[in-house]
Ligand binder design. Structure first.
Ligand code: SF4
Length: 452
């Protein structure tokens, strides 16, 4: 039996797809190169933007057409819609023809889906499909999110979000925050280390509010979890730990201190700012000010010299003025992000911002976004140029697509570098000198190991 996955959206979906693939592997299923060759196709969907949903709906329609074609040849294809859009649209996706709709909290029904898919593949018909148990699902973390052969892996530590930023659908589809048992997180760290993983990313919608209360009444917060993770990776070949997403309003000084104490935490942070104007931040319900954000980044840079910062920027929010945009450009000039994910506001039904007045004209939104992108390009290039001549430790991830004699590596600051080397180095760490730039990728040279 074979499967094919398409995963849309955020890293949480990537991690959850990996966990589902592990269930398939345990049952003896193997990956197919495309939907045509598969017995089961799963699309793991995203609901954050309408465009992402439209894309997933388009793909679903294509897969359903493929299912019909296959049925005419007597071969059954099971189509599963999973993830945030499945959670949000549920029945509608079933009406469109998906065999199963599995919301974010309903992963426990996946083995039942597989059982039925196996029977349908044998009989060549959907007659074997029976309704999944109706339940009020409670989110449960998978025990492993390992994708065999990967050097980098996500480890979900939380699920859901309590923040209700006014433009965001996530709290409605993923529900309130649930933290994962730290013992399970440490077990997964050890498991990933045993399977050749070199870098992990602790994942959640808002990792800084991680909270765990043990049966003995002991409490653990996010910095406490980081300390535990630092101790756990010491006994494994994992050398680097990252975390995502960090929310500025909950980013504690203790977290900065733990990062400074443990070099295992990469000197790169993705710290979503979204906007540089206090009025817009307030309308977004982000619950921090530009001043607090700037102060936080200064403290981070002071405690962790050389750290690179990246962010998300959302322009064209309802009511945004030219002055608000200037404030964003000014904040970018002050912080100088290595890179940013930049997008313009698109109303999302079901969120508070959807009904806000003073929408910005589409053309103006695009022009403003263009200004933000242009400034980011300048900063990226400046920051990369400043690094030429310096040394960096990099994880060798693979062979360059452009030159088979070159290796591709990523530094702990999240910069890409290529340098001459052999495939046997993949999975190892190399110290390199960053020599020049090709686009946003460094051409580098490996520093020969010191002889005694
Ligand atoms: S912190 Fe805000 S933007 Fe992020 S998932 Fe929660 S509500 Fe959405």
């Amino acid at each position: 039996m074979t499967y094919f996955f398409e995963t849309y959206g955020c890293q949480m979906n990537v991690a959850e797809s990996a966990a589902l693939k592990a269930v398939l592997a345990e049952r003896g299923w193997s990956a197919a190169p495309d939907g045509e060759a598969a017995d089961l196709v799963l699309i793991n969907t995203c609901a954050v933007r309408r465009t992402a949903e439209e894309r997933a709906l388009g793909r679903l329609a294509q897969l359903l057409a493929l299912k019909k074609k296959r049925a005419a040849r007597g071969r059954f294809l099971t189509v599963v819609a999973a993830g945030c859009m499945a959670q949000r649209m549920g029945e509608e996706l079933k009406e469109r023809g998906a065999d199963y709709v599995m919301g974010t909290a309903a992963r426990s029904v996946f083995p039942l889906i597989l059982e039925q898919a196996e029977r349908s593949a044998v009989s060549g018909s959907s007659l074997e499909l029976s309704p999944l148990p109706v339940e009020n699902p409670v989110f449960a973390f998978a025990s492993s999110h390992l994708e065999e052969g990967n050097l980098r892996s996500f480890i979900p530590i939380m699920h859901g979000c309590n923040n209700f930023c006014s433009y965001c659908i996530v709290p409605y589809v993923r529900g309130r925050e649930v933290s994962r048992d730290p013992a399970a997180i440490m077990r997964e760290i050890r498991l990933l280390g045993e399977h050749g993983v070199r870098e992990i990313t602790l994942l959640g919608q808002n990792v800084n509010t991680y909270r765990w209360e043990g049966d003995d009444g002991g409490r653990l917060n996010f910095p406490g979890l980081l300390r535990m993770a630092a101790a756990a990776v010491e006994k494994t070949p994992i050398k680097w730990v990252r975390f995502l997403s960090a929310n500025p309003k909950d980013f504690s000084r203790e977290t900065i201190q733990v990062m400074a104490e443990h070099p295992v935490f990469c000197r790169h942070l993705h710290l979503c700012v979204q906007h540089g104007s206090n009025d817009v931040l307030k309308a977004m319900n982000r619950r921090y000010t530009r001043e607090q954000y700037l102060e936080l980044t200064e403290e981070i840079r002071k405690a962790l010299p050389g750290i690179s910062l990246s962010t998300d920027i959302l322009v064209g929010f309802p009511g945004e003025t030219e002055e608000d945009l200037e404030q964003t450009l000014d904040l970018m000039n002050r912080v100088r992000f290595l890179y940013s994910y930049m997008y313009h506001f698109n109303p999302r039904e079901g969120t508070a911002a959807c009904s806000l007045p003073n929408r910005i004209d589409e053309g103006l939104k695009r022009r403003r976004l263009g200004r933000v992108i242009a400034l980011q390009k300048v900063h990226t290039l400046e920051l990369l140029r400043e690094r030429i001549g310096s040394r960096a430790l990099a994880l060798v991830e693979g062979i360059s697509r452009k030159n088979a004699d070159e290796l591709v590596a990523r530094t702990e600051r999240d910069e890409m570098a290529v340098f001459p080397g052999k495939a046997s180095r993949i999975g190892s760490f190399a110290e390199v000198t960053l020599a020049s730039l090709r686009g946003n990728t460094f051409r580098a040279a490996e520093v020969p190991p010191k002889e005694c």
